[in-house]
Each structure stands twice: as C-alpha cells, then as structure tokens.
Design a protein around this ligand. Structure first.
Ligand code: GLY
Length: 399
C-alpha cells in the first residue's frame, strides 16, 4: 500500500490538535477575564483627565500609558461590549451596572453621520445590551444609528462610504472592515420592521463580494468608487503591507462579515464566500502553527513581523459561527477556532494585573502609520470574549 506522506502528516497534525475548547476551563478563563477587567476599569477611572473630559473609554496602550478615547472614536463601543459579555458569562450584576454606564456614554453617536463605524460604535454596546437587557431605549438608539449610517449609502455605487478623510487619495472609499457595520442594519430592520436597512446591507455585501475579492479569495483593503458612475476607480491598501497584499485583520473582517450576512439572509453565496475566505486564512503558508497571524500575510519580514492577535480573535469568533452553518466543514472550522482560542489563552493572554487590565497582548493596529504595533487593543479583547462565549455555547456548557 502506498502511503501519501503529506496526507499522513496532515492526519497526524489533526489528531495531535487539542480539543482545545474542551480543554480550556472556560469558567476559569471568564473568571480571569473578569478580574483583569476590574483592573482595566480602575485604570480607566485613574487615567481620566479633567482637562480632557471627552476621553472616557480605554482603547490601547501608548508610550506605556493607558490610552483613552472619546466616543466618536471607532473603537469606543468595544469596552461596553466586553462588559456586556462578562455579564453574559458570569451573570454578575456588577457587570450589568458597568455595561450600562459605558453603553450610555456612546448614545450621542447615534446621530453621527460622519463615519461608517457605527456598527462597531453602536451595535457592540447597544446591540449586546438590547440582546441581554431588552431596554427599549437601546432599541431606539440602534434604529436611529442605522438611519445615520444609511445616509452614507450611494445607490449609484451600491455601497456605504467608509471614510470622509484623506479625500485627495480617493473619492468614495469602501474598506473591507465596513462589512462589520451591516449587522447594525440587519438588526434595525428586525427591530423596526423597515426593510430598507436590510436591502441596503445586502446591496453593500453584494457589491463588496464583487469588487473587494481576488481570485484566491483574499481581500483588498480599500476599493475606491466613482460616486458619479459607480465604477471602481482603484483597489489599494491603507493599513496593509501593500495594495496587493492580504492585511490580516481585513481577511478576518471579511470572514466574520460574510458569515454574519449568511446568518441574517441565508443566501448561500455568502456562506460560500465565507468558506472561501476561511480556506484562504487556514491554508495560508504564512499562517503560523499557533494560528495567530502575522499582521499581513505578505509581509516579507515574516517570521520576524509582528503578529496581530486581534485578527486571530475575530477569525476565531467567526469560525465558531461558520462551523454551525457549514455541513461539509463545520467540525474542521470549530477545531481550528479551538486551536486559535487555545493559543490566545495560553500564549497571548496578559498576566493578571498587567497590561493595564487588557486581556490580550500582541495586536497590531496600523503598522504603516507606525501606530499600535505589538500592543493590546480593546477590540482584540472584544472578539476574544465573544469567541469564548461561542465556544461555551457550542460545548453546551453554559453554566
Ligand atoms: N476598522 C479599523 C481597523 O480594523 O483597524
């Protein structure tokens, strides 16, 4: 009998993978996350500066200090989301109180029409809040934010505009990250009965599927449209290594975004796209064995390039959801997500009391701008907690 050695190696490596989520003591991991978040809450209050009262929410570490941001910052909703996740994980009312406090801070952003990031800024706090607390005010905030986001839609181009800044570089830029904001629109249709939000989300997803992806199912970061004709003017990067490279977080945003679009619509083209993206990520030769990607799959300095833990956390959370939809590959996706989660917990989690209270180390925010490299990022923690909750739900071990 002929033994195909590469198949054998693959089989052995699969068998050697730990059933990581089962081996993770999720109760203990949530208890550690809660203790660590208590530190972040205390550090946040300590870092408040009466001369800069708008800086209220933790984002990252900068020059050794905890960096706080104001609510128009795209990351402002994640910390409240983390607090809701801790409430969900533990049932402890102290997290409910803190979650409500930080959620409320973001309420004025429901009227912000200058950013596409309202999904992150509003859905993460208010969407989770509404799911867990059914507060009628949260419902109104979600619907109003969806109205604000809708003002950025071009019927000609069939997409929501991402950025208003750097308008010398592009005319109507759309970044792959924008897929994440569609969740707010789907939720707004569910809550309001107004299908306009749903239609707009689907149109954006279809246009993105058509224009953002390469034949190997990696994604460009930015696609620039001509607002007069809807034609694609250019495909480029802003946060990746090169225009033609695969920026790691962008691949994770796309994976999460198309998985979520399938959940919301049951349109098989989204499931197929999510599976293609998953294959790109999971089979990439530059994905390290611990499945925590370098910040860009095409950085020529790999293996000396920085990792992006946030990309792993987003991908792990997305893969758990995708595992529930894919008949052919569900077990495989779940196992890969388990490996990612196990790596994050075992090798990238901050020691208790360190890292200003952020849960994870070693993310990369914006390398070309030399900003937030190898550092904690609040959204890495958000998707890590979401992935842990999804792992717990899949394991059927809610208590
Ligand atoms: N959405 C911005 C980023 O991923 O850095």
């Amino acid at each position: 009998m002929r033994i195909n050695l590469s198949c054998l190696a693959l089989l052995l490596s699969v068998l050697a993978q730990p059933a990581a989520a089962q081996r993770l003591n999720l109760k203990k991991v949530f208890a550690q996350a809660a203790r660590q978040t208590t530190v972040l809450l205390a550090e946040t209050d300590k870092a408040r500066n009466p001369e800069k009262p708008a800086l209220v929410v933790p984002r990252t570490e900068e020059n050794g200090q905890l960096k706080l941001v104001s609510t128009p910052d795209w990351t402002s909703g994640f910390f409240a989301g983390n607090l809701w996740f801790l409430y969900q994980a533990t049932g402890d009312k102290q997290w409910l109180t803190q979650a409500r406090r930080f959620t409320q801070l973001s309420e004025p952003e429901k009227l912000n029409t200058t950013t596409h990031d309202l999904g992150f800024m509003i859905y993460c706090p208010f969407g989770n809040g509404y799911r867990l607390a059914q507060d009628a005010q949260y419902r109104e905030v979600i619907i109003q934010a969806a109205r604000s986001l809708s003002t950025r839609f071009s019927p000609t181009a069939g997409v929501l505009k991402s950025w208003d800044h750097h308008d010398k570089n592009w005319q109507f830029p759309v970044i792959i990250d924008n897929m994440m904001n569609l969740e707010l629109l789907f939720e707004a249709t569910r809550l309001s009965g107004d299908s306009a939000f749903y239609c707009l989300a689907v149109t954006h997803a279809n246009t993105t599927l058509r224009n953002h992806y390469r034949p190997d199912f990696s994604s460009y970061h930015v696609v620039d449209y001509d607002p007069q004709t809807g034609a694609v003017r250019g495909k480029m990067t802003a946060q990746g290594y090169a225009d033609a490279s695969a920026w790691a977080r962008g691949q994770a945003w796309g994976l999460y975004g198309f998985t979520m679009c399938y959940r919301e619509t049951r349109n098989p083209i989204y499931l197929q796209q999510a599976e293609h993206i998953a294959q790109f990520i999971l089979h990439h030769p530059n994905l390290p064995p611990d499945k925590v990607p370098y910040w860009d799959y095409n950085d020529p300095t790999i293996p000396n390039a920085p990792r992006d833990v946030s990309a792993a956390a987003i991908a792990a959370s997305a893969l758990y959801e995708l595992s529930t939809f894919s008949l052919a590959n569900g077990t495989y996706y779940r196992q890969q997500a388990d490996v990612m989660l196990h790596s994050l917990q075992a090798h990238y989690a901050a020691p208790l009391g360190k890292n200003h209270g952020f849960l994870l180390l070693h993310s990369t925010g914006h390398k070309p701008a030399k900003s937030e490299i190898d550092t904690p990022l609040i959204y890495a923690d958000y998707y890590y907690l979401e992935a842990l909750l999804r792992a717990r739900d899949l394991a059927g071990a809610k208590k």
